[in-house]
Write a protein that binds this ligand. Sequence first.
Ligand code: BGC
Length: 801
Amino acid sequence: MRPHCRSCFCPQFFCIPLIAFLLQAPLALFLSQSSVVQSQTAASARPARTDSELNDPAIEARVEELLRKMTLDEKVGQLVQYSAGQPTGPGTGRTDYPDMLAKGEVGALFNIVTAKETNAFQRIAVEKSRLHIPLIFGLDVIHGFRTEFPIPLGISATWVPQLAERAARVAAREASATGIRWTFSPMVDLARDPRWGRVAEGAGEDPFLGSAFARAYVRGYQGHSLSSAESILACPKHYVGYGAAEAGRDYNSTEVSEHTLREYYLPPFHAAVEAGAGSIMSAFNSLNGIPASANSFTLKKILRQEWGFRGIVDSDWTSVGELMNHGVANDGATASLRAFKGGVDMDMVSSLYHDHLAHLVRSGAISEADLDEDVRHVLRVKFALGLFENPYADEKKESFAFLHPEAISLSREIAERSFVLLKNDLLSNASPLLPLSNDVKSVALIGPLADDANMMLGSWGGLGDGRDVITLRTALVQKLGEASVHYAKGSEISTGTDAQIKAAVDVAKNSDVVIIALGENGPEMTGEAASRTHLDLPGRQEQLLEAVSATGKPVALIVFSGRPLILPWAVQHVPSILAAWFPGIQAGPALVRTLFGENMPTGKLTMTWPRSVGQIPIYYNGLNTGRPIIQNDQTPFPNGHDEKFVSRYLDESNLPQFPFGYGLTYTTLRYGQVELNKSELRLDWLREELTSRSSSAPALLQASAIITNTGSRATTETVQLYIRLQGTSVAEPVRALKGFQQVTIAAGETKRVVFSVPAEAFAFWNDQNIFAVEPSRATIWISPDSASGTGTQIETRNKEN
Ligand code: BGC
């Protein structure tokens, strides 16, 4: 987390935010959908291109007219961006922004978070600069602005992209009220390595699910029209391959083949661009030896030429200057030249475009026509946002935009749907511990995360304020009364004393059940620059857990984390485990409702949870290898099968602790066999549908399965559709998610769940780097997660065969 997220930006008026509670009206309409039941398959999720505003002839005419009047220095100015708030990272140390703005030397500022301040800077740009070009103000609005939602990894665990869209809409309304019209979000980096702290910021390891969330965030931020004063520009990041950081160490190099890029890492970016994202951020990492912020293959060939992107490419923080550290430039001028030629339009913070670009044009190293093209990208977006007409925020209305009741209840709804029940074993009385009975007499509430408001905001907490958070302890006391909740902190997150542990054990002994809230330090141990090699409970928390469990009292463990953790002891010994991520301002009420069964936990993992660090990177959609191990149980040498020369570890199972897509609930479900409405698929049909790229094309294949709720409670299940292709020109994953839908099933009820499977689900990047269908044997699963179920096969073949 950057220091700006909470404490540093603390304008006085945030101290009277409660006025905002009194405001009801405008958000109500937006937040009124309460239960979302939705379905996504490749075709249904494919949007119509919504780039009209970045393709508007009227805007283009205004851009050209303005461009004609601009001097070389003014053009360069549009490509220069600084952080003018609190220092939040390595920077230029400049303080002369007012002077630069008046000279038209700056195009964008960020990390300024009040209407008063954005207006003050804007007034200089608009009133004092020669051409009156407004600034665009940015901020990392990642999972809420003032109304904080769960961290993005948690939001993705809902498997409901519409919830991400609605959260992004709230964030856009709140942020835009302060004059911020640009968020550096969503992070759509595919993440396969939980050591990498930034997995907290994304939607996990799957390109299909990641694409659905990418589209949703863009729609939410940008709304129906960028020109609406309540819309903010989205900036999918970090383009591209950043999530593949070697050894999970942030900022580290990446080696990703073009095939893997196209099949896994690029699709969420492409989806965001197709949804109309008006900007994109180039990443820190080197990609196959070429830094992503100087990579013309990804930034120009793919992004501009193949995808037709017309918005701004913003560098990441000083990533232009970092080209020198990468070793592809020995001075600032060369770094600027490489970044510019590589396709970066705007230089965030490093100030090298400011220092060198004009000279590079004058010397002929860069043509003015190329410079004009980059300036067009920026001006086009500024016109589309309506900044020339409405450059200022309304200072009087600002605080009324925050924390509307509907926004708060949306935050609770998302939190409730993000929780993943990892384990809920039967106790000796043949019932699981969860949900807890309302008659429970006394609960021991233990753990450093049980009552820490700031932690609930996770990393990138925006303007989130711990005072807005209701903790688990507060909510539990509200529900059961002070006398029934026996609280002991037990330890700090990273440290702890024997006395603290003993006090917790005493509290457990004197209670009927134990709820223990353990995990990571959200702001410090997750997010940027927060890689870890030990994915266990930090400090003395494991010891605390074991000591409390030794009392023999039934324990429900709530894990707060920004990543999959590795908790072998807990998985073996603790009867109930709930992954809660960092749930945002409504953490407490959402958890208490879930613990007591007023809310069913329905979240499912979007990242594989490993058994040991040595398995990482571990992800469900890997390849089979030439020597796969057949492994259906948890042991390293299953079924007495001790074949040595297969792809496996000597000392660990290949299986994850919890697979992608996994999550239990308070009922049980039985899935029937997959049934298909066709016995084969003809390639000419598939090709026709694929090339028409029309979402109205009739579905070729219907796959269905019967699902029965065999328990005693209604639930909403995320049903997942996976496909494996064999016999193709490139090896395809053992399973790939191609659809999901949520279905509500009453206790005892049986429902048939039907997926229309589009041609795109059978297409892949083949050995010619073409996205195509080929003759293949397809296996199709409809299952509750990526590791269970039995597949049904169908051949895709040519007409004549
Ligand atoms: C991060 C980006 C962020 C930017 C601006 C960088 O350090 O990598 O994700 O948007 O800073 O704060």
